[in-house]
Design a binder for this molecule. Structure first.
Ligand SMILES: [Ca+2]
Length: 294
């Protein structure tokens, strides 16, 4: 008798484990939706229905059910990509031949930043090619989030909400010196978040005009379009399986100490926009046909 109960319980658990928050969601089925996630049970649903009940038009932002912003992950992990505080700097090294770092700072606490707990650079020779330069560990940063969608075409756009280069760096480095490389990772496993097995690429098309932070402004710029009406989600499954990962690689310019000191702050806010022009479930298509900037 106990064995039969056990089997019944197992079957029930099996079927409920293969269903995500959007699979049976009425708003997602009628108007389409998208989900941004950062890990298990950490997600925001975006709808094509406004709070007054009308449809989101083509070229208008989709509506998040939660308005608290998510913090992107360090790519390949579920660790939040937190910004450094004022006592944390980029990791530096000393080169005595112009290229090879002979003395690197030792990131003792392994937080990826130069701070008071780290070891200082050891002795080094000074000659015509001696330089303090950016360590390879600080030359690039990659941040990610997971995304899925159903029954809608959409775009991922971004706008600058904070931009400040201070002191010497305000004169020697500009946003266009920092390269941005967006990409999609179709499948993988980040800390147990086993993504992509029931996801397509959604017909993704990147905006080729995006190559550095100078390509962004205070108004939204399209980074990529998901052109497939069916969306990224393939079928009923867990949310991680229905999602792909979007990666944003930021590459710093060549830096040496002659460029001085200062801080660089660039904050991008990502947004999802409805792109369901001329088709689909929205009742208000056909206008706003030229909202894609590039
Ligand atoms: Ca450190």
């Amino acid at each position: 008798m106990r064995g039969i109960l056990g089997i019944a319980f197992l079957v029930g658990g099996y079927s409920s484990a293969y269903s995500s928050v959007i699979d049976d969601d009425a708003a997602c089925q009628s108007n389409g939706c998208a989900v941004i996630s950062y890990g298990p049970n950490n997600y925001i649903i975006y709808d094509n229905i406004k709070t007054d009940g009308t449809s989101v038009n083509t070229g208008e932002p989709m509506i998040p059910r939660l308005t608290s912003p998510g913090i992107l992950n360090v790519t390949g992990t579920l660790t939040s990509a937190v910004e450094p505080n004022l006592s944390e700097g980029m990791l530096l090294g000393v080169t005595e031949d112009g290229t090879t770092i002979s003395q690197a700072t030792n990131d003792v606490d392994m937080d990826g930043f130069l701070d008071a707990g780290d070891n200082t650079i050891g002795p080094f020779n000074v000659n015509a090619t001696t330089d303090i330069i950016l360590d390879p560990r600080s030359q690039s940063y990659s941040h990610s989030f997971f995304i899925t969608s159903m029954n809608t075409r959409m775009s991922v756009r971004a706008r600058i909400i904070d931009l400040e280069f201070t002191d010497d760096l305000g004169l020697t480095i500009s946003p266009s010196d920092i390269r941005v490389t967006p990409s999609v990772t179709r499948q993988g496993n980040d800390g147990g978040f086993n993504f992509g097995r029931q996801a397509s690429d959604g017909g993704i098309e990147f905006n080729a005009a995006i190559s550095d932070l100078g390509d962004f402004s205070r108004t939204s710029t399209t980074i990529m379009n998901f052109k497939r009406k069916k969306g990224i989600r393939k079928k009923k499954a867990d949310l991680d399986e229905q999602s792909v990962r979007l990666d944003f690689l930021y590459t710093m310019p060549e830096y040496d100490f002659s460029m001085g000191i200062g801080t660089m702050t660039v904050k991008l806010e990502f947004e999802l926009y409805n792109e369901d022009r001329g088709n689909g479930n929205n009742g208000n298509n056909g206008n706003n046909g030229n909202n894609r900037r590039k």
